[in-house]
Design a protein around this ligand. Structure first.
Ligand code: HEM
Length: 378
């Protein structure tokens, strides 16, 4: 967390002592309590994604008002409803198997033969393959193109590092962001015309969304679906190793779901969620005024339950706050869970635990992550 963003680390540390809700100079309201955080996420009238403090504000500066409609209006409900079948548990399993299955087989083979594998690099490539397949972009071929797609998404996300205090972007940042978006979406016009209805871009065409909004949504998918997923996967692999619970999982594979849930809870790859206060509201006994901003420190809210514990039951107050809540609840939650489970299954497929032989944190990134996590079978 420190390597990724020292400012965020300092905020999360200070928030240990602020209580469930506090007003912090320059930042606005800061919430650390899971129940209050969910109240904000569920109150769509009082708290919005558009306007200072919400992530929709960032996207609208890049893609225009149509993107604001996606984040804030009836358009959002329509698009989510019409794309829901692409994100069910079954669809997620099919997607991960189709786009990542051969890479997992190669990874398992390398480890079984006594080799070392960098799980962080593998997870970046896998995330790139998954998101390309989901969108309807070319998803086969050598790893390099997907490593590059991931890195380009990371470059764009990094531009948001300085937005904790304000989501207003200066024109130079917008220009840089637009040129990165052009790289990410170079293949979108072709896929928009030709991809099947089982892909997101094919679905955008069928919905008549138009190419500009389809480009925006494709970029959103690349940003939302790669860094968080790779971070959650690799940090769960590390947590299972560091807490010495691999043998327990090998002996009782029914604990896999719990390992995934605990890994994502403790890692909380999206450690902060921002919202704009649309109209006056009361939260935790404090009066929030229209025009203010709220930072939900999800990392604090989810980690209040304690450290990674393979035997921890589902925590009702926290639910799956690491995926957000309310109408913007992560659309890719099933995909994310499936990816983490698939990686743990691959690493443990030989029946032996793995050993972390070296690790390095990623520096200056929006989503805290490992740059490298090299493992070998014990
Ligand atoms: C462990 C991995 C992941 C985590 C922790 C995560 C977390 C989140 C969170 C917290 C939000 C809500 C943001 C807000 O309310 O402001 C969100 C939204 C979203 N996520 Fe994820 N995400 C993950 C993986 C994915 C994947 C793999 C995909 C795509 C395949 C995805 C697609 C999306 C989309 C499209 C949204 C926007 C939903 C909307 O506004 O209606 N996410 N995610």
């Amino acid at each position: 967390m420190w390597a990724a963003n020292p400012g965020l680390f300092a905020l999360l540390e200070a928030a240990r002592h602020t209580g469930p809700i506090a007003r912090v100079p320059r930042l606005g309201w800061v919430i650390t309590d899971p129940v209050l955080a969910r109240q904000v996420l569920n109150d769509h009238a009082a708290f919005g994604m558009n306007g200072e403090g919400g992530v929709g504000h960032l996207w609208t500066q890049l893609f225009g008002d149509e993107m604001a409609q996606f984040f804030g209006g009836a358009r959002h409900a329509e698009i989510r409803t019409r794309a829901r079948d692409l994100f069910t548990e079954d669809a997620a399993h099919a997607l991960v198997e189709r786009s990542q299955g051969p890479s997992h087989a190669a990874l398992a083979g390398r480890l079984a033969a006594g080799g070392t594998a960098d799980v962080a690099d593998a997870a970046r490539v896998l995330a790139g393959r998954m998101v390309a397949d989901l969108l309807g972009l070319p998803a086969g071929g050598p790893d390099g193109a997907f490593r590059e797609l991931f890195a380009t998404g990371e470059r764009l996300a990094r531009l948001a590092l300085g937005t904790t205090a304000s989501t207003g972007l200066d024109p130079a940042v917008v220009a840089r962001a637009r040129s990165i978006v052009a790289d990410i979406t170079a293949g979108v016009p072709h896929a928009y015309r030709t991809a099947g209805p089982g892909t997101l871009l094919g679905r955008c065409r069928e919905l008549g969304l138009g190419l500009p909004l389809a480009r925006g949504l494709a970029t959103l998918l690349v940003i939302a679906g790669t860094e968080t997923g790779a971070s959650g996967t690799v940090r769960t692999v590390a947590l299972l190793h560091d807490t010495g619970r691999q043998r327990a999982l090998l002996e009782d594979p029914s604990l896999l779901g719990s390992a995934v849930r605990e890994g994502l809870r403790v890692a909380t790859p999206a450690p902060v969620i921002g919202r704009h206060v649309n109209r006056d509201a009361t939260v935790g006994g404090r009066r929030l005024r229209a025009g203010e901003r709220v930072l939900l420190l999800t990392y604090r809210a989810t980690n209040g339950a304690g450290p990674f514990d393979l035997y921890r039951e589902y925590v009702p107050e926290t639910r799956q706050l690491w995926f957000g809540g309310g109408r913007h609840l992560c659309l890719g939650a099933a995909v994310a869970r499936t990816q983490v489970a698939r990686m743990l299954a691959t690493l443990l497929s030989d029946g032996r635990p793995y050993r972390v032989v070296s690790r390095r944190a990623a520096r200056g990134v929006l989503v805290p992550a490992y740059a490298e996590l090299a493992v070998r079978l014990a």
